[in-house]
Write a protein that binds this ligand. Structure first.
Ligand SMILES: Cc1cc2nc3c(=O)[nH]c(=O)nc-3n(C[C@H](O)[C@H](O)[C@H](O)COP(=O)(O)OP(=O)(O)OC[C@H]3O[C@@H](n4cnc5c(N)ncnc54)[C@H](O)[C@@H]3O)c2cc1C
Length: 160
């Protein structure tokens, strides 16, 4: 039985995991996700800010429980892979209790990206500057909007 460890539990990681399950029914598949949520709808995040999506739960497409039930995946949120030991074929993982070692036969890395925030004077002191990449980012934006309203908002970066 092949044991596969996947780092990152959103679009890439979870697509790999579910595809692998279809190809190998008996593989052991463990997904480590450092954040609180897996398989969430990144593309829907802006629509929750604008109100087109009004129910936050609609962004949370799957849970570790549903992925276990449907695909027999071992999904572990709040687990950050902090080291890879290729010779031993192990990863070192940090969670809220401490660190642990997990062995693998195959390792898939899908850790995504992070917003590029250029160095700007004053940014370190500012408390009202946000990026939007995941659900905790979204919650921080919504909290600010609820508490302070939308009187003046500046968007830096006009890509997609
Ligand atoms: C606001 C927004 C809107 C978007 N809209 C669209 C759209 O309309 N159409 C479209 O095609 N694409 C859209 N995208 C892009 C799309 O969401 C990304 O291309 C896709 O999410 C990338 O998937 P990924 O799995 O590579 O990375 P991610 O989705 O970033 O997932 C990587 C995961 O790995 C985790 N991770 C990182 N390092 C570690 C570690 N060491 N240990 C454990 N876990 C780790 C991260 O916490 C993260 O959850 C949008 C993205 C955003 C942010």
């Amino acid at each position: 039985m092949t044991k596969v460890v996947i780092v990152g539990g959103v679009a890439g990681g979870m697509s790999a995991a579910t595809r692998l399950r279809r190809l190998q029914e008996d593989a052991e598949i463990i997904i480590f996700e450092k954040g609180p949520y897996v398989s969430f709808a990144n593309c829907g995040l802006p629509y929750y800010v604008s109100g087109e999506i009004s129910d936050r739960d609609q962004l949370l497409v799957q849970t570790p429980e549903s992925l276990k039930a449907r695909f027999n995946l071992d999904v572990r949120p709040y687990h950050e892979v902090i080291a890879i030991n290729p010779e031993m074929k192990t990863v070192t993982v940090k969670n809220n209790v401490g660190t642990l070692e997990e062995t693998y036969d195959k390792l898939i890395l899908s850790p995504g990206a992070s917003p590029f925030v250029p160095p700007m004077t004053g940014l370190d002191e500012a408390t009202n500057v946000f990026s939007l990449r995941n659900v905790p980012d979204l919650d921080a934006i919504m909290k600010q909007l609820e508490e302070k309203g939308t009187a003046e908002t500046v968007v830096i970066g006009a890509g997609f």
